[in-house]
Design a protein around this ligand. Structure first.
Ligand SMILES: [Zn+2]
Length: 183
């Protein structure tokens, strides 16, 4: 549960911080340690124009994330065109704008921001549900193990939590964005 709270805190921070990333120059500033700068298509400028910000970590130094639809891509190669890589994998409300961001009316901006918030909340919701399900499964296993060891009990197979048939989730930005390793 502690990990979940940390995730929620980080998501909340990103929700606030990413609001500044509508500005191209703010996205560009995140690419100071980007490994591709010359003789390639995925320069910092092109990455920022395609809505990306650089989000490196210890194991994945070239992770880039769209501040708006939150798709994450890694394993970049010099020939990769950021805009193309982004749009072919996910429909992004920011890249789909039909006019420059600075020309949006206030109403258009708020509609855009609502979409961004909805995207964030969906992602957080999925994380919470997944973490909760994992915790329930782990707790159940601990109880079963404890009972078996004390009473020589053979457990029944797990019972589904609900009677409804499983629903296939539509492919979301997050499931798609999970590393896109084929690059
Ligand atoms: Zn996007």
């Amino acid at each position: 549960m502690e990990r979940l709270l940390e995730e929620l805190a980080l998501a909340s921070k990103h929700l606030s911080d990413f609001k500044d990333m509508y500005e191209y120059k703010n996205r560009l500033k995140t690419f100071t340690k980007w490994p591709f700068t010359e003789n390639c298509k995925c320069t910092p400028e092109n990455m920022a124009k395609a809505g990306f910000i650089h989000c490196p970590n210890a194991n994945q130094p070239d992770v880039a994330k769209c501040f708006f639809c939150l798709i994450e891509l890694e394993c970049w190669e010099p020939k990769d065109d950021p805009w193309e890589e982004h749009t072919k994998r996910h429909s992004c409300g920011f890249l789909s704008l039909t006019k420059p961001f600075d020309d949006l009316t206030m109403e258009e901006y708020y509609m855009l921001e609502m979409t961004r918030l909805r995207t964030f909340l969906c992602k957080i919701g999925r994380s919470v549900i997944k973490a909760f399900e994992e915790e329930v499964a782990a707790t159940r296993q601990r109880l079963v193990d404890n009972f078996v060891s004390k009473h020589q009990y053979t457990p029944l197979p797990p019972v589904p939590l609900q009677a409804d048939p499983p629903v296939q989730h539509s492919e979301s930005s997050y499931s798609q964005s999970k590393r896109i390793q084929e690059k």
